[in-house]
Design a protein around this ligand. Structure first.
Ligand SMILES: NC(=O)c1ccc[n+]([C@@H]2O[C@H](COP(=O)([O-])OP(=O)(O)OC[C@H]3O[C@@H](n4cnc5c(N)ncnc54)[C@H](OP(=O)(O)O)[C@@H]3O)[C@@H](O)[C@H]2O)c1
Length: 352
């Protein structure tokens, strides 16, 4: 019997935590580059079987070879996430090799930088079809595989931009806001059905991946992430944690958490900050970044893409917020102990 056909070892409370085993099978769309490739490596290190879906064969082969070299079982399948039948066929091929997915991660995405009126309609629509439609299609395929078995976790890699749109990224901002709303509706339906399938939306900050080289730029120069920028390892660890814990929404990094809070407390301040960011905050005049420009909106790259982009010099390698959520229990215990110790010391002083 296959390992992932066994009931997971984790405790289950009806309506409580997701049933995600300590290791099993994970399928990652967009697993051949950047965040998806980095996340695949994290799952492989934790003993998972990893299935990767993307369009480019070279990227898939390179990512899978890396996983196998690390001792993991890996399978790949080519599909464009914008088309459900192709995605379903790709998923079936991976399931035949690795078994049913315990976790499905929707990580494929792409973008166009430019003023709304400067972006051709076909490019705008394509960003929506891949970044939003691809997530919806991924959920459709994952649910079809997980529902009969009765459990599983779907992680949608969204963006902090879902909390507030940024200039020059209207198609992407709209798609990411839609991913959040769609997931909220789906989560409510699953709760109503008392389903043990979980949907989790992860909101990363700006990350140093090849995303900016893969995006189309109408600004004359390539796009760059708006600072502060994080290394993909920080976000990949948070995606892994989100899959294991199955919480509905996970904001990655203190920066994204503050951004999310600020959009609720003072939306006008955030709107002002977005205007100040302007064009220059999102483009680079770096000739090295320009050399790497290779838009993949309609066709994948013929070469493999790395995990990291060219913006690593100032990228953050750690996030206190991610560390705290990983060690939440220990932090709560330490806080309670510190509180008790302080109360005891205060009481002793008062009654001396
Ligand atoms: N980098 C950031 O700052 C940042 C911040 C927040 C959220 N995100 C999100 O993180 C996710 C991953 O992005 P990334 O930064 O890792 O970018 P990336 O390095 O460009 O990776 C994109 C991945 O998606 C795949 N892909 C693109 N279009 C596809 C399509 N139509 N069908 C199937 N696969 C497709 C690519 O492979 P092929 O081209 O071979 O298909 C690649 O594997 C995206 O959803 C992005 O929106 C990124």
């Amino acid at each position: 019997m296959q390992l992932n056909a066994l009931p997971p070892k984790r405790r289950h409370r009806p309506g409580g935590a997701a049933l995600t085993p300590a290791s099993g099978t994970v399928i990652i769309t967009g697993g051949s580059s950047g965040l998806g490739r980095c996340t695949a490596a994290v799952f492989a290190r934790h003993g998972w079987r990893v299935g990767l879906i993307a369009r480019g064969e070279a990227g898939l082969a390179a990512a899978a070879a890396e996983l196998r070299a690390a001792g993991a079982q890996a399978a790949t399948a080519v599909a464009d996430v914008a088309a459900t039948p192709a995605l379903r066929t790709a998923a079936d091929a991976i399931v035949a090799e690795l078994g049913l997915p315990d976790v499905w991660i929707n990580c494929a995405g792409n973008g166009v930088y430019g003023r709304f009126i400067a972006v051709p309609e076909a490019q705008f629509d394509r960003v929506t079809a891949v970044t939003y439609g691809g997530t919806v299609n991924g959920c459709r395929v994952a649910l079809a595989l997980m529902t009969p078995r009765g459990y599983g976790t779907i992680v949608n890699v969204c963006s902090a931009m879902a909390f507030h749109g940024m200039p020059l990224m209207s198609s992407y901002a709209g798609a990411k806001a839609a991913v959040r709303g769609f997931a909220q509706a789906l989560q409510a339906e699953l709760r109503m059905e008392r389903s043990r399938v979980r949907v989790c939306t992860v909101f990363p900050p700006a990350v140093n991946t090849p995303f900016f080289s893969h995006a189309v730029s109408h600004m004359g120069w390539p796009a760059r992430p708006a600072p502060p920028v994080y290394q993909p390892e920080v976000v990949a660890a948070a995606i892994h944690l989100a899959a294991i814990r199955g919480r509905p929404e996970v904001v990655v990094s203190g920066t994204a958490a503050i951004f999310s809070l600020a959009t609720r407390i003072s939306p006008r301040l955030i709107a002002f900050a977005m205007t100040r960011l302007g064009f220059n905050g999102q483009l680079t005049l770096d000739p090295d970044a320009a050399r790497l420009e290779q838009p993949t909106l309609f066709t994948p790259s013929a070469e493999a893409s790395p995990v990291h982009g060219p913006f690593g010099r100032r990228a953050r390698r750690r996030s206190l917020q991610v560390w705290l959520s990983r060690h939440r229990r220990r932090c709560v215990c330490a806080g309670v102990l510190a509180g008790v110790a302080t109360a005891w010391a205060t009481a002793r002083l008062a009654f001396r």
